[in-house]
Ligand binder design. Structure first.
Ligand code: FDA
Length: 467
């Protein structure tokens, strides 16, 4: 067991924790990042599966994600645009398949008008309430104590419109059924991307990808941190006083002045705190949980849908795979589709054998893009729910009523313990951009708190000029 001493100990080498440590080390502080897995990147993971490079976790970058875009530039990483030429496919609740262009689903005039109206209401709420402190708005309690599902049906009697609007936030983002989270949570999700309209515009929110993969963001920061990143070291216990911490992980202990918990909130209770965290945190952390989604990757010899004039984009709120996109890698002659199976639909297919699940999922892809979708050369399901050090996807949200009740306290430090992850972000909430934003903000707060790094040589104020 080795024992190290640092100014700040970071638990978790995802993009948030590494952003904290990278900024602090550049400012002259001594840091250690202690990571449970044998790799950095957390919920971003670029891996090669049967010869195909796949983004198993987070991948897309949107134009409003300016902090991530700035970091990509600083790290020398480039992006490429998602393929989106050609027609999209809409699968109606009765299974009818329609090809269309533009952002408006090919639904009846009435349903389209209702979707438009619901979008306007959500845009107005997002603009008025914002992402920074949704819990502080006068309507916070009212909007946090009704489920998104029931609220939509209070606003409109058009079931297809409610399901389509619900799809974007429920299956598409929070990956929980729309009855399991509040309108306020849906408004936060929308405001974090600038507006509900941005969130539902796939040409905006799924704009670009990183050439070579999103995990490189973490890998490049980790490379600069060198031996200060310690892998294979799950943190088990944090002992703390008002101004000191001792972080005990498998094989290593690190003492310091501050610790940053850069892990999703559903994992805080995997660590024993001594003394225990206050009652407020004990309660709050039980109301934050991750959603569940299967990210399906299917690689083909060619992007066959393009020859048919299709972009590869498809939506169907009632369909098993509720959304599908062309996810072909930069300059790759093969074609890759990515599809998503969310929450209760994921429960159902996870109960099947692997072969039956694959058959059902590929049949769903084929309903969008034709029978060639049935025969990929590589097929892979990202299953983050089975990952011990994540336990779901994409990120955490409060249960019904939790956001207005606890939101104001979720980022507040407890003594020397700070909290940093995309799950707690305002702008970029649930996204890599949010992970980096909150990481950089946490680093800035620690600089304020700790003052100048004590061990740095201080310029001698009385030294004669020229010496
Ligand atoms: P993250 O979870 O990445 O890192 C936390 C780290 O802490 C992990 O490495 C974990 O192993 C470690 N850890 C946990 N407990 C520990 C302990 N006790 N001791 C030590 N280490 C511990 N975002 C986006 O911007 N665009 C996208 O397209 C997508 N798509 C997407 C798809 C899928 C399938 C997933 C799962 C996620 C996304 N995301 C995304 C979300 C994005 O990946 C996510 O928001 C960030 O990776 C979160 O970064 P953090 O650093 O906050 O946590």
């Amino acid at each position: 067991m080795s024992t190290l001493t640092r100014d700040v100990v970071v638990v978790g080498a995802g993009p948030s924790g590494l952003s904290v440590a990278w900024k602090l080390k550049r400012a002259g502080y001594r840091v250690a990042v202690v990571e449970a897995r044998d790799r950095v990147g957390g919920r971003t993971w670029t891996d090669t599966v049967e010869g195909a490079v796949l983004e198993i976790g987070g991948q897309w970058v949107s134009p409003d994600q300016t902090v991530l875009i700035g970091l990509l530039e600083e790290l020398g990483l480039e992006t490429f645009s998602r393929y989106r030429d050609g027609e999209s496919v809409y699968l109606a609740p009765d299974g009818q398949r329609t090809r269309y262009t533009g952002e408006v689903f090919p639904v009846s005039e009435r349903t389209a008008a209702e979707m438009d109206r619901l979008t306007r209401i959500l845009d107005e709420l997002a603009a008025e309430i914002g992402a920074e402190q949704p819990w502080a708005h006068p309507r916070a309690r009212e909007l946090d104590t009704i489920s998104f599902h029931h609220w939509l049906r209070q606003q409109s009697d058009d079931e297809e419109a409610c399901n389509c609007i619900g799809l974007f936030i429920a299956g598409g983002m929070l990956t929980k059924p729309a009855h399991a989270f509040s309108v306020l949570q849906a408004v936060l999700m929308s405001a974090s991307a600038g507006s509900f309209s941005n969130l539902v515009d796939d040409t905006f929110i799924l704009d670009k990808r990183v050439i070579g993969g999103m995990q490189q963001v973490s890998e490049r920061m980790a490379a600069e941190l060198g031996e200060d990143v310690i892998l294979n070291a799950p943190v088990r216990t944090i002992r703390w006083t008002s101004d000191s911490v001792l972080v005990e992980a498998d094989g290593v202990s690190v003492s310091g002045r501050r610790v940053v918990m850069a892990v999703p909130p559903n994992l805080y209770s995997r660590v024993s705190f001594d003394p225990p965290l206050p009652r407020r945190q004990h309660q709050m952390h039980q109301h934050q949980s991750l959603g569940l989604v299967i990210k399906v990757h299917a690689v083909y010899q060619t992007p066959f849908w393009r020859q048919d004039g299709l972009s590869g984009t498809g939506f169907g709120a009632a369909e098993l795979v509720q959304e599908v996109y062309d996810n072909t890698n930069h300059q790759d002659p093969r074609g890759t589709l990515v599809g998503f199976v969310s929450d209760e639909k994921a429960d159902r297919v996870f109960a099947l054998s692997a072969e039956e699940r694959r058959r059902e999922i590929l049949a769903s892809l084929a309903r969008y893009l034709g029978p060639q979708a049935l025969e990929p050369v590589v097929y892979y399901e990202s299953d983050w729910g089975s990952e011990e050090w994540t336990r779901g996807a994409y990120a955490a949200s409060f249960d019904l009523g939790g956001l207005h009740r606890y939101g104001a306290d979720q980022r507040a430090p407890v003594g020397p313990i700070h909290w940093s992850s995309s799950d707690l972000a305002a702008e970029g909430y649930q996204h890599v951009d949010g992970a980096v934003r909150i990481g950089q903000a946490t680093a800035a707060a620690l600089v304020d708190e700790l003052g100048a790094p004590a061990h740095l040589p201080v310029a001698n104020p009385v030294a004669p000029a020229g010496t």
